[in-house]
Design a protein around this ligand. Structure first.
Ligand SMILES: *[C@@H]1O[C@H](CO)[C@@H](O)[C@H](O)[C@H]1NC(C)=O
Ligand SMILES: *[C@@H]1O[C@H](CO)[C@@H](O)[C@H](O)[C@H]1NC(C)=O
Ligand SMILES: *[C@@H]1O[C@H](CO)[C@@H](O)[C@H](O)[C@H]1NC(C)=O
Ligand SMILES: *[C@@H]1O[C@H](CO)[C@@H](O)[C@H](O)[C@H]1NC(C)=O
Ligand SMILES: *[C@@H]1O[C@H](CO)[C@@H](O)[C@H](O)[C@H]1NC(C)=O
Ligand SMILES: *[C@@H]1O[C@H](CO)[C@@H](O)[C@H](O)[C@H]1NC(C)=O
Ligand SMILES: *[C@@H]1O[C@H](CO)[C@@H](O)[C@H](O)[C@H]1NC(C)=O
Ligand SMILES: *[C@@H]1O[C@H](CO)[C@@H](O)[C@H](O)[C@H]1NC(C)=O
Ligand SMILES: *[C@@H]1O[C@H](CO)[C@@H](O)[C@H](O)[C@H]1NC(C)=O
Ligand SMILES: *[C@@H]1O[C@H](CO)[C@@H](O)[C@H](O)[C@H]1NC(C)=O
Ligand SMILES: *[C@@H]1O[C@H](CO)[C@@H](O)[C@H](O)[C@H]1NC(C)=O
Ligand SMILES: *[C@@H]1O[C@H](CO)[C@@H](O)[C@H](O)[C@H]1NC(C)=O
Length: 603
């Protein structure tokens, strides 16, 4: 029924951009400062595998103290819930379906793949250098910066870099570092303290020049300790704390929510097959959690040291300090071994706080954002520009970008994932969970807070996050897998009505590019009659959403293969309310090409 004529689609999309896009505004309304010296500095701190729940004043008192003068973005998500793809989304301000770094190792991810795509030097640090910045980075950049390629494939775009090298990246006390693209240097100082000390040194170096600076600090904490262990590439161990934190939290247990090691199977795909953990295993999980939050203490102290240094250099009033993480982490939710990689809330929800000039102090920002938005926003505030179309949205940063941020109120976020995942304790060592390809849409509006996942197995999950925050009641359970994977019938249930809307929105978002990604509803409803979930839930749109093709995977691939994820969104699928024929039939563009000729730029 639906055809995907490539030429026609391209033409339409080109016109589309000319007519609707705010991309131009995005790029042109930059923050033009008269002198380079007036530009603000950035310190970007990215923790490794830190779920949002551990980012609070109790576990990170020093960080929370300094950042209490900043804004806390309470709906912040990972575009992919695993390190390398998420970090690339930050570095390139792109969703994974556009940068196609979907895994941590070759062929679908890792530094060598990143390099082979020509991305090295086409990323945030390079845009910033172009805009007059000096740039520095230390810690983990991404998986696959290793002792073999450090010298042959050095990073481009940093004035100073000290990059952690595999296979010792996740060794807390046996780190290997490439200084400015040089050969590996072993360092047995506690990993996070190295990042702290190098970071303080960067500030010393940066103040020597009158160029504004960007400093990226990427400690390993609280990632698990992972060491090379042939024939496995790695063996995972609990995170290691600095000796000074080793006895803290010894009575603290991993948080027990509804979904903690539940009595009945929950979730979908491989998650649903997991057995309940026994007490021995749960004790191990508690120890694991304690080691995580102990390892976090050095991160907390590092943030404090950086703030003190900035204060002593009188730089606080002209420096943005950003705190975030690449992806979340789960311990025993839905019976899962400690790890990440799914679309469940613990894995995708990450911290984001920023403090700096113009940022509103002490508030929570509830609009939905993700890691790809960080670089878009830094570039915006720095007056820097990418030399390709970026997907990220410019976040509201108070008066810092009141006139140049992206318009609209973002309420949705799509997390993507391809391939397999693993658990990280000794109990699941070596087990690879297949069928972990999925899309998860989060939608957060006043009266609507939904998590919707389509798995490559055809399973679909819908959680009402207003009263099911632990995601234990799949509202689509009753529909059965076969029905779920083919259609929704809005007359049958409210859950089907909600899911049909979310599926339509995700169908658009899963292949969106550039500025289009920031205005998803506008693509479903070009005449603008629907811009919110609340409006979309009007019964007059039941038929439209029911009849939209549904997201389908024909297989559970390890990478991103277009042909196995059809249909793709096409302008043909948009809703057009035709005033002359108030009946809503199948409201596709094809229905009345003449009426919509304007879409084809007058042709
Ligand atoms: C950020 O906001 C969330 C949600 O209100 C809260 O739980 C968390 O403690 C805050 N984090 C910090 C560091 O203030
Ligand atoms: C940083 O590197 C850029 C690009 O090579 C260069 O133009 C700039 O002068 C450097 N800044 C400092 C402080 O070395
Ligand atoms: C520590 O790292 C060095 C390389 O820097 C390596 O040769 C050595 O085997 C490592 N030691 C341990 C215990 O992992
Ligand atoms: C290891 O890192 C520390 C910074 O924490 C530094 O003082 C020390 O010189 C480094 N050692 C080597 C061998 O580079
Ligand atoms: C916790 O650590 C403190 C300080 O080392 C120690 O006195 C106490 O006995 C420990 N408690 C447990 C339950 O291990
Ligand atoms: C608990 O479960 C683990 C992992 O399956 C198993 O190795 C262990 O033997 C079990 N312990 C008891 C006491 O059943
Ligand atoms: C920042 O503070 C310093 C020292 O108090 C002051 O000299 C400078 O003018 C301030 N800069 C801005 C942009 O407020
Ligand atoms: C993966 O999905 C396929 C297709 O649905 C199914 O046959 C297979 O059993 C699944 N494997 C696991 C481990 O879930
Ligand atoms: C959440 O609220 C909705 C609407 O009131 C209700 O249908 C649903 O059963 C509730 N879910 C749970 C898990 O309580
Ligand atoms: C939806 O369900 C209703 C009630 O069972 C049925 O009459 C209608 O034909 C169904 N629509 C579709 C498109 O299957
Ligand atoms: C993504 O990368 C893989 C590995 O190189 C490639 O096979 C695939 O075609 C790419 N997908 C897209 C959509 O470009
Ligand atoms: C379509 O509209 C016509 C006239 O406006 C009306 O008579 C008819 O009942 C409508 N059909 C449906 C299915 O709503």
């Amino acid at each position: 029924m639906f055809t995907f004529n490539v030429i026609e689609k391209t033409t339409l999309f080109t016109c589309w951009i000319a007519l609707f896009s705010v991309a131009a505004a995005h790029n042109q309304l930059q923050n033009h400062k008269t002198s380079k010296n007036a530009k603000p500095n950035f310190v970007y701190i990215i923790a490794d595998d830190q779920d949002a729940a551990t980012f609070n004043p109790e576990l990170m008192p020093i960080t929370a103290g300094w950042l209490s003068d900043g804004t806390n973005y309470t709906n912040f998500f990972a575009p992919v819930s695993v390190c390398c793809p998420s970090r690339v989304s930050f570095l390139r301000s792109q969703y994974a379906h556009n940068h196609n770094i979907t895994d941590v190792v070759v062929p679908y991810g890792g530094w060598d793949t990143f390099e082979s795509y020509g991305y090295n030097g086409k990323w945030l640090p390079s845009w910033l250098q172009e805009a007059g910045y000096q740039t520095y980075y230390t810690g983990k950049l991404m998986n696959g910066n290793n002792i073999m390629n450090a010298v042959t494939r050095p990073t481009a775009g940093f004035n100073g870099s000290d990059i952690f090298l595999d296979p010792y990246t996740y060794s807390y006390i046996n780190t290997s570092i490439s200084h400015n693209g040089g050969p590996p240097i072993k360092n047995t100082t506690y990993s996070t303290d190295i990042v702290r000390d190098i970071g303080l040194g960067y500030i010393d170096a940066a103040v020597q020049s009158d160029q504004p600076f960007f400093i990226g600090l990427a400690p390993i904490g609280p990632h698990s300790q992972s060491l090379p262990a042939p024939p496995l590439p790695y063996r995972f161990f609990p995170p290691v704390s600095a000796p000074r934190h080793a006895t803290l939290f010894n009575n603290t247990l991993a948080p027990r929510g509804n979904s903690f090691n539940p009595d009945w199977p929950s979730g979908a795909s491989w998650v649903r097959t997991l057995a309940q953990a026994n007490e021995t295993v749960i004790e191990w999980y508690d120890y694991w959690y304690q080691q995580r939050i102990r390892a976090l203490q050095a991160v907390d102290e590092m943030v404090g040291a950086i703030f003190e240094k900035l204060a002593s250099e009188n730089l606080l009033n002209n420096t943005y300090v950003i705190y975030t993480a690449d992806n979340g982490f789960s311990i025993a939710q839905h019976r899962r071994d400690p790890g990440k990689g799914t679309g469940y809330e613990e894995d995708i929800r990450v911290p984001f706080m920023v403090r700096g000039p113009g940022i509103e102090p002490g508030i929570n920002e509830v609009t939905a954002h993700n890691v790809a938005d960080i670089s878009a926003t830094i570039a915006n505030v720095a007056g820097a520009e990418a030399d390709y179309d970026i997907d990220g949205r410019v976040m509201p940063w108070g008066s810092a970008n009141a006139k140049t941020r992206d318009i609209g109120t973002p309420t949705h976020h799509l997390s993507e994932y391809w391939g397999t995942t693993i658990g990280e304790t000794k109990y699941t060592q070596g087990i690879i969970y297949p069928n972990n390809t999925y899309r998860t849409l989060r939608l957060i509006e006043d009266d609507n807070n939904w998590a919707y996942t389509v798995w490559c197995t055809g399973e679909r999950e819908l959680f009402n996050m207003k009263n099911d925050t632990t995601q234990m009641h799949n509202d689509l359970e009753g529909l059965g897998v076969a029905a779920q994977s083919k259609f929704f019938n809005s007359t049958l249930s409210q859950a089907a009505r909600v899911a049909s809307r979310l599926d339509g929105l995700a169908l658009f978002l899963k292949t969106c590019k550039g500025a289009d990604c920031r205005f998803a509803w506008k693509h479903l409803f070009p005449n603008g009659e629907v811009t919110t979930m609340k409006q979309a839930l009007n019964t007059v749109y039941d038929q439209y959403f029911d009849r939209l093709p549904k997201i389908q995977f024909t297989s559970c691939d390890l990478g991103y293969f277009n042909a196995h994820e059809l249909p793709y969104w096409s302008t043909n699928l948009a809703f057009f309310h035709d005033l002359d024929t108030p009946n809503i039939t199948l409201p596709l563009y094809k229905r009345d090409p003449e009426a919509y000729a304007w879409l084809q730029c007058g042709s």
